[in-house]
Ligand binder design. Sequence first.
Ligand code: GTR
Length: 347
Amino acid sequence: MNKNLLNRLPMPEGMSKSEIIQVLLSEEYGFLPGPPEKVSAKEESAEEQFCAGKAVLKKLLLTCRAEYGDFTFPVYFIYPTKREKPVPCFVHINFRDLIPDRYLPIEEIIDSGYAVLYFCYQDVTSDDGDFTNGLAGLIYPEGKRTKTQCGKIGLWAWAAGRVMDHAMTVPILNHGKISIVGHSRLGKTALLAGALDERFYCAFSNDSGCSGAAISREKRGETIQRIFQVFPYWFCENYGKYAENVEELPFDQHFLLAANAPHRVYVASASEDSWADPEHEYLSCVAADQYYKSCGLKGFVHPDRDPVPGDFFGEGEIGYHLRAGTHYLSREDWQRYIQYLNLADGN
Ligand code: GTR
């Protein structure tokens, strides 16, 4: 572990949660639209015998009523047929609207007693620099943003919050155990959604890398310069000023983990994912540990060594694993998430 780097990072201790969020929004992700006045769900279709009858699959249309207009997007709800009590749930932001999907081993998740609320990010707004479609089109007249209005990550995170609004109205869900999961660019989104919405029990980021969990200073693989050159629309325009000045950042990505306190946050890395940089994702957990501790929490419980593939550190509010292999959201990652949640429940 790069202890020299760790020792010279800006630290969030002494800052309030809202001050941490303020700096992340004004300098990196941009400010999100306010919450809608009302979220309502309409059932479009239902499959009662999904997964050999072990689950119900419903397609819902979620409508968000706000001063800037109505916005509707599809959400899939899959829940176990047999339940003794309200079930925990994952809100999963995915790349596709397929079920099953290679990033969502749904039958296994259902067998573990979890429900899933699932949406496809591009049903919210496109993954490109066009700010005239979907939610972006409502918020940004003529597709133009100011320097600190949010980019696409912020808009996807906003939608995750609306799914949470809906989840809180569903009686079969355990409202205290609703977590958010995303992979890669959607792992960055999951961390932001968790930071902005304390109702999430845990934010799971999978291989989220640059501008997600990984520390930006001295980063290997993707850098702010590179990400802002290729995907400037994920962030607010203001972030561009750090493209060639990473040392000028008044924070680093452990602030994003810290902003998830007091609820849980989880960093999943893959050993061969050098573009995301697993070392710097781990460093971020170590750096955020102090903030969690300063809130009277356990933080990141880990041994005093670098992680090796197969490691799983699940004792604290910051959870972590290092999976062998490349950039992917695999069933092994999901198994760890479920293991972590069960451990937190004392099972
Ligand atoms: C890459 C990008 C990463 C990561 C990834 C993904 O092209 O450089 O930051 O977000 O896409 O989302 O799959």
